[in-house]
Ligand binder design. Structure first.
Ligand code: SF4
Length: 332
């Protein structure tokens, strides 16, 4: 087995002039049942104690980054997210970089109508500790997240298996999501008045091809202006993970300015042990495959893994290394 160089295949000139977009998998797990989930089949690390995350952000030089995305899995299922955000806020004090939290919102949304629902959402946002300066909350509100939200509310833990069942469930979910989104948008508007420099929220709609009008009609209470400013919509699901059971998946092209993904509680190894869960990554040299490495979940040695580029992450091209190497080479 050939050895591998960290971040092989990456050339520095691709770096954005304002620095890195860092995507941080705070919580590798998610109890959601979205039918289009690409991350359900990926290794996103292992649960790591809060001190691991704190020491990572302690080392990051915020001058080297342009934005930070906190994701997973479901980041709001990480109980101590607020403590991690304390450290990030402290480090970000002089930079005011956007801290974007990507969530399905299952544990913050309310389906009560009117003032009661807005208040419940507002209280939830405050109690999880994410409403703070520089933070922007990105709520996934497409049909599959709506279906997953419905499962959460009814206590179902697995995604339905047939397309018919998925669509039926999603439709019911969208009716509830409509109420929840209305509450969420109003709650975030109120938070902007209460929390200094809170950046507010966005709706993220990653829907199937041809489904955008359906979403626009469902969320008809959003004005065109607000839609332009607060909705990030993409049509077509990534051809990966659970989405492969659906129609109309699309392939991903490589980014002009690739982000760097930080995967706490994972590690690249030359050979996985027999009983280990692993994901195979192809090592490229001069445009040709020259070997393989394996990404394994490993919380014991605390190394962590890093991968550059969404394309590489999704199609398993090795452009990675340990978190230590990523910090030393790019982020310190
Ligand atoms: S797509 Fe759904 S199931 Fe997958 S990580 Fe996000 S919320 Fe969880």
């Amino acid at each position: 087995m050939k050895n591998f160089k960290p971040f092989q295949g990456f050339s520095i000139p691709k770096l954005h002039p304002n620095g890195w977009e860092v995507v941080y998998f705070l919580n590798p797990f998610c109890s959601g049942t979205c039918a289009h989930c690409w991350s359900a089949d990926k290794i996103l690390g292992s649960y790591m104690p809060v001190k691991w995350h704190i020491s990572f952000f302690e080392r990051v030089n915020f001058k080297k980054i342009r934005e930070l995305r906190i994701t997973g899995g479901e980041p709001l299922e990480y109980k101590k997210i607020s403590i991690v955000l304390d450290k990030i806020t402290e480090k970000n004090k002089n930079f005011q970089l956007p801290i974007r939290i990507f969530t399905s919102g299952r544990n913050i949304l309310s389906i009560k109508e009117g003032k009661e629902g807005i208040k419940e959402t507002l209280d939830n946002l405050l109690s999880v500790g994410i409403a703070r300066e520089s933070v922007e909350i990105h709520l996934s509100a497409d049909e599959h997240h709506a279906g997953s939200f419905y499962d959460y509310l009814t206590g179902r833990a697995t995604s339905p298996k047939t397309l018919f069942e998925i669509r039926k469930r999603n439709q019911v979910g969208m009716k509830l999501m409509r109420i929840a989104v209305k509450n969420f948008l109003t709650a975030c508007k109120q938070l902007k008045k209460i929390v200094p420099r809170f950046r507010g929220c966005y709706l993220k709609i990653h829907c199937e091809k041809g489904q955008l009008n359906y979403h626009r009609n469902t969320y008809s209470f959003i004005t065109d202006q607000e839609w332009k400013e607060h909705v990030i919509a993409t049509e077509g699901l990534f051809d990966s993970g659970r989405a492969l059971q659906l129609e109309n998946t699309i392939s991903i092209s490589s980014d002009k300015y690739p982000p760097i993904f930080i995967i706490p509680g994972a590690e690249f190894v030359l050979e996985p042990s027999l009983h280990e869960r692993y994901e195979r990554y192809i090592v490229m040299e001069n445009g040709n495959a020259s070997g393989e490495v394996y990404l394994v979940p490993n919380s014991k040695n605390s190394k962590g893994a890093a991968i550059i580029g969404f394309y590489n992450l999704m199609y398993n091209y090795f452009c990675g290394g340990s978190v230590n190497e990523a910090l030393r080479m790019f982020l310190e």
